[in-house]
Design a protein around this ligand. Structure first.
Ligand code: GDP
Ligand code: MG
Length: 190
């Protein structure tokens, strides 16, 4: 039977959530863009006020519901609500921002349980214009938080880059499920 999964795209305003979902969604993505009143943080005229939504059907028939979460601080509470029932989280970082390392720190802290459950992946964007901080610095930050998470430099305007993030995320989830199965087998064998 086909199963439905929820996948979250998280990231600051302008990190590429809407672009990433549009790049892979097989339905016309739903995006609730409104006038940006927070022009001090970001110059974009519109921004995601509530949600982005898209859908993808996987090769096995399972349906992926893709959600983009609001980037503004005042929507922090929604990260937790959406993250609770999610299969996984794609964290997008905009390397052209003032302090991308601090952005990642905040998102890893919000999604720490998801990261520990091997259900997160990080995509660093805008690296062609802003190569620093580099991947090593992002990994050192995660290490300092005792968190391990796969990270890639991506351009979410390219569909293949978004698919790479999903591939890695699913691979990770699959391995974790297999490990849990093996642990169960061991327990029952004893
Ligand atoms: N130069 C560059 N632009 C990007 C990259 N990733 C996303 N963008 C652009 O950044 C802008 C903001 O993306 P958007 O999807 O609206 O961000 P959101 O606020 O997270 O939904 C869009 O114009 C994207 O095309 C990247 O890696 N490099
Ligand atoms: Mg958006």
């Amino acid at each position: 039977m086909a199963v439905e999964h929820k996948l979250i795209f998280a990231g600051t305003m302008g990190a590429g959530k809407t672009t990433a979902i549009a790049a892979i969604s097989e339905i016309a993505p739903v995006s609730t863009e409104v006038q940006n009143t927070d022009t001090q943080t970001h110059a974009k005229a519109t921004t995601t006020a509530a949600l982005d939504y898209g859908e993808v059907t996987l090769a096995n028939g399972d349906k992926l519901r893709l959600y983009g979460t609001p980037g503004q601080e005042r929507f922090d509470f929604m990260w937790k609500i959406l993250g609770a029932g999610a299969l996984g989280v794609v964290i997008l970082i905009d390397n052209s921002r003032t302090d991308p390392l601090d952005d990642l720190r905040r998102y890893l802290a919000s999604f720490a349980d998801v990261v520990r459950g091997y259900r997160a992946v990080v995509g660093i964007g805008h690296t062609e214009t802003h190569p620093q901080p580099d991947l090593n610095q992002f990994h050192l930050l995660a290490d300092s938080m005792n968190l391990q998470v796969p990270m890639f430099s991506v351009d979410v305007r390219r569909r293949d880059d978004v698919l790479l993030l999903l591939d890695v995320l699913f691979h990770q989830i699959e391995q974790d499920v297999q490990m849990a199965d093996r642990a169960n087998d061991l327990e029952t064998a004893q």
